[in-house]
Write a protein that binds this ligand. Structure first.
Ligand code: AHR
Length: 610
């Protein structure tokens, strides 16, 4: 029996409870959310030949070789290029290169692709570059364009590829060829499909739509380990991710591949704007994954100053601040809203014990300039009381079932809690229904404690499901070049975030047995009660629900139900909607009604009150 006292609110629900966390892992941005179709566009990914993802292409008896030229590039940031030496070619026998994309390139009918590249000819009479989208299997040209004639100095060339009535497919490549002999240097070869909200240098539409459907309130950016880098040099150096792509040097992600940095700080912020959510800005705090740290003191000050500049870039006035003006110059005069700044990531890994002093130095400087900001610590502290502590939990479902009371008796006078990373780790590359049960059980606990827990974000969110695309097993949204899908837990999380009240009323439960979890929240303004029920057992669970103090309860309500026949069931790229929520009407509701939760089920009951 579940007794709910709707007229006895215990506390408000944090309005920012559910949000997003991502980083460059599992090809989350490059080969994922970020729309770019060309892989290794700046020739920084090296394989044994030095030209990973690029192959020679020629027709007839044209001849060409390629090599990396480390001495020449289109900018100071991109000081390397691909050198093509075309020994034999004419307009009818073309020679050049092709790019395989991120496990293919999605091509759709009646679609316009915008591309560009930087090139330099050995002489000024090398002629134009022919650009084609070609099907790998049939060799059919799906779209083509011709650039202006190359010059003897570095220049940017833009082109448009428009498909007609082609079939949708991903086994395609981009080809750039010339009909002239001589040497040609290439760099920053780029091709974009239409993007979410038509942003230039923007994001994939299907994945952004999936994020919007999660009803998030914030985005924790830019990581994760990705913030720290393996070494200090490989940290997320936000200043090197701004401005024209040709001025971004790219850098190595700690997840063992090069990040194009096409998704730089401003793109992260625009992403939050597109979803109408707030950034939670994590600033590099002088510690990197392989153990290097900058001790507190004068040596750390340049990193503190960098964080202050970064906050100014996000929030500063376009007319009166240096970094606000820099943001305006890049096309975004309006400041972004900012409440939370996180100092580092998982600094409990720093065995030197320097975090206490590093946090204090950042805290003092940031609070002096921005007293309104809430500062998040990533490890327990003795000397400074942080506003918020970031706790991370990666567990199995049975561990989460046993963990649900963790915050029930936690100190309410201490720092607030940000569960900045959490996940039930069962199933790969995306998690299975058993994990959704663990996640749902944990979410009932977070809602019950949402006076203390101000924010929570699942991690990792994304995985490219192609072989080699995954560095971390157990993720929420999987994709290949063509399509994307959500794990069962994606739907559980979307349900929990969509149907969330503004306060937690008093409630008690008796005789619920094992592995049964619930949460109840109420939105008085909307006249709604949201009852979440999680049955993680193999038997249906009847529940008697008594609600007092609500006035009149409408007889009809709504049930949103996510269930499976066994915990191992899951969604995959080829069976993406095997487990999705079902909505049905509820009848005969009253202040005292019974409801049976099926075996292995996560349910939301939306109840209307008058
Ligand atoms: O989510 C994967 C990794 O787990 C994050 O990068 C890191 O913060 C944590 O250890």
């Amino acid at each position: 029996t579940l007794n709910i006292q709707l007229d006895k609110p215990l506390h408000a629900v944090s309005p920012t409870l559910y949000g997003l966390m991502t980083e460059e892992i599992n090809y989350s941005y490059d080969g994922g959310l970020y729309g770019e179709l060309v892989r290794n566009r700046t020739f920084h990914d090296h394989d044994w030949s030095g030209t990973a993802r690029w192959d020679l292409a020629h027709t007839g008896d044209a001849e060409v070789t390629m090599a990396i030229d480390d001495t020449d590039g289109p900018s100071e940031a991109l000081s390397r290029s691909l050198l093509l030496d075309i020994k034999q070619a004419d307009p009818a026998n073309q020679a050049g290169v092709r790019n395989e994309g991120y496990w293919g390139m999605a091509v759709r009918p009646d679609t316009t692709y915008k591309g560009s590249f930087y090139a330099k000819g050995e002489t000024g009479d090398m002629g134009p570059v022919h650009i084609t989208l070609v099907n790998d299997n049939s060799g059919a040209v799906l779209a083509s364009a011709t650039s202006e004639s190359l010059t003897a100095g570095w220049q940017k060339y833009e082109f448009t590829l428009k498909t007609g009535k082609v079939e949708t497919s991903s086994e395609n490549h981009l080809q750039l060829t010339l009909g002239h002999t001589g040497k040609v240097w290439l760099s920053l070869v780029s091709l974009f499909p239409p993007t979410y909200k038509n942003r230039e240098n923007g994001n994939r539409i299907d994945i952004m739509e999936k994020l919007a459907a999660m009803h998030p309130q914030f985005l924790r950016l830019p990581g994760g380990n990705y913030l720290e880098g393996d070494t200090i040099e490989e940290r997320f150096d936000w200043k090197a991710t701004l401005g024209p792509l040709v001025d971004r040097p790219t850098h190595r992600s700690p997840w063992n591949y090069q990040s194009s940095d096409g998704l730089g700080l401003l793109e992260f912020l625009e992403w939050t704007e597109d979803l109408n959510i707030k950034p939670v800005l994590a600033v590099y705090a002088g510690y990197s994954l392989k153990g290097a740290h900058v001790p507190p003191g004068p040596g750390l000050q340049s990193y503190v100053n960098d964080a202050l500049d970064e906050i100014e870039f996000v929030t500063g006035d376009a007319n009166s601040t240096k970094w606000g003006a820099a943001r305006a110059k890049l096309g975004h005069p309006a400041p972004f809203p900012l409440t939370y700044v996180e100092i580092g990531n998982e600094d409990w890994f720093d065995r030197s014990g320097s975090y206490e002093g590093r946090y204090a130095q950042f805290y003092k400087a940031i609070k002096a300039k921005y007293p309104q900001l809430q500062l998040i610590a990533t490890a327990p502290l003795k000397r400074t009381k942080p506003d918020v502590i970031d706790d991370h939990y990666y567990k199995r479902a049975d561990e989460f079932f046993d963990f649900v009371k963790h915050y029930d008796d936690a100190d309410r006078n201490g720092p607030k809690i940000f569960v900045g990373e959490w996940a039930t780790r069962e199933g790969s590359p995306t998690t299975n229904f058993g994990a959704a049960l663990g996640d749902a059980a944990w979410m009932t606990a977070m809602e019950r404690n949402s006076d203390l827990i101000v924010m929570a974000s699942y991690a990792p969110l994304f995985v490219n499901v192609n072989p080699g695309g995954m560095q971390w097993e157990s993720n929420l949204i999987g994709y290949n070049a063509l399509s994307s899908y959500g794990a069962p837990s994606y739907y559980a999380q979307s349900m929990f975030a969509e149907y969330l009240g503004t306060e937690v009323p008093a409630s008690t439960i008796e005789g619920e047995g094992h592995r049964f979890f619930y949460s109840v929240t109420r939105d008085s303004a909307k006249g709604k009660v949201y009852l979440k029920l999680v049955n993680a057992t193999s038997a249906p669970k009847p529940v008697q629900i008594n609600m007092s103090g609500a006035g009149t309860i409408s007889a009809s309500g709504m049930l949103i139900s996510l269930s499976a026949t066994n915990p191992a069931e899951t969604n995959t790229i080829s069976a993406p909607t095997r487990i999705v929520p079902e909505k049905t009407g509820l009848k005969n509701l009253s202040s005292n009604f019974s409801h049976t939760v099926p075996a292995y089920a996560v349910q939301v009951l939306e109840i209307s009150t008058k």
